[in-house]
Design a protein around this ligand. Structure first.
Ligand code: PMP
Length: 343
């Protein structure tokens, strides 16, 4: 492993971060005259907690990590962007990612003017650590992994990920946005073994809170300190912090119930899809969606749109020729999809 400081961009290492008024003073006061807020319209007149202390306390309990190992973001898209801003020197450094995968890793690379190297998955969508490692060079700062992977749906093999974690000296990001739907063990338990590992989770999927925009990065204290240095001061609104806290106060029983229901529906939907002539193949899925091969994905996508059923046409992605990605919905929504596909 390289020492972390050598991976961080020099301007970020030297950065003097913005210090919010609420950073300087912590505790209760009788008059807050430090942040140029309007004194009226309580409680929405006050800036939110920049470090989301209460929320991180609840998340730490839920995920069995220390609060100092958590960065809370405006969706997990925020930490994805920050990884580039912290570690990747534009036009000099590069990152390596599996292909196909979640599109924002590449978009964020393009925005940050960082070379994005794609390494094709095997034809069964499994990952080959050797080929990923072979694509790296002295300027590779990050390897992006997504497990279960979007859009292929499969969890990546632990042994292959382990090879990457032990042989690559830069940052390894494992995006586990869909891990609640998978029987595979999360890499969160291994954070203390791999100081260059970043694990991403989100409240947008299994927790049913996509509207709130709340994503999580878990990593060593040192990496989290860099996230805190670079993020916008008040990156997560008060409404979001309160609403997620409220959801967490009930524990994870609703989330677990929804996951169970969605997995049951996924099994039923898979069986029903198999009987349709339009369905050529359904790829194994560890997530809440199915990647389905059809004779003509664009035509089926357009037909479904006309009938008011929206799926994702993934035909333009590598290895996904004529594939559509279907999110598992409610029983009624899934029935509507099946009906629309029959005609
Ligand atoms: N990672 C993956 C793999 C995703 O599929 C998505 C959203 N589709 C995200 C991250 C972003 O999620 P968020 O809503 O937390 O920004």
């Amino acid at each position: 492993m390289s020492n972390l400081e050598s991976l961080v961009r020099k301007n970020i290492a030297a950065l003097k971060p913005y210090v919010c008024a609420r950073h300087e003073f912590q505790g209760a006061a009788s008059a807050y005259l430090d942040a140029n807020e309007n004194p009226y319209n309580s409680p929405r007149n006050r800036y939110p907690d920049p470090l989301q202390v209460d929320l991180k306390g609840a998340i730490a309990q839920l995920k069995h990590v220390r609060p100092t190992q958590i960065m809370v973001g405006n969706g997990s898209d925020e930490p994805i962007d920050l990884v580039y801003r912290i570690f990747c020197e534009p036009r000099t450094d590069n990152v390596v990612a599996i292909n196909p995968t979640y599109g924002m890793y590449e978009v964020a690379a393009d925005i940050n003017d960082v070379e994005y190297r794609k390494v094709l998955l095997n034809s069964d969508f499994s990952v080959d650590a050797h080929r990923l490692l072979a694509a790296t060079d002295a300027h590779t700062k990050v390897i992006w992994l997504c497990s279960p992977n979007n859009p292929t749906g499969n969890a990546l093999n632990r042994g292959e990920i382990l090879k990457i974690l032990t042989q690559f000296t830069g940052i390894v990001v494992i995006d586990e946005a869909y891990s609640d739907f998978s029987a595979e063990k999360s890499w969160l338990d291994d954070l203390d073994h791999y100081p260059h590992l970043i694990v991403l989770h989100t409240f947008s999927k299994a927790w049913g809170l996509a509207a709130l925009r709340c994503g999580l990065a878990f990593a060593s204290e040192k990496i989290i300190a860099y996230f805190n240095k670079v993020k916008y001061p008040y990156n997560v609104s008060d409404l979001t912090q309160l609403a997620v806290l409220e959801q967490l106060s009930g524990g994870d029983k609703f989330k677990n119930e929804w996951v169970k229901q969605i997995l049951d529906e996924k099994a039923k939907l898979t069986e029903a899809l198999k009987t349709l002539p339009a369905v050529q193949h359904i790829y194994p899925s560890d997530a809440n969606f199915l990647l389905v091969k059809v004779p003509d994905a664009t035509q089926i996508y357009n037909d479904l749109c006309q009938k008011g059923v929206i799926v994702r046409n993934r035909t333009s992605l590598a290895l996904c020729d004529n594939c559509i990605r279907i999110t598992v919905g409610t029983p009624a929504e899934n029935a509507e999809l099946l009906n629309a596909l029959k005609i």
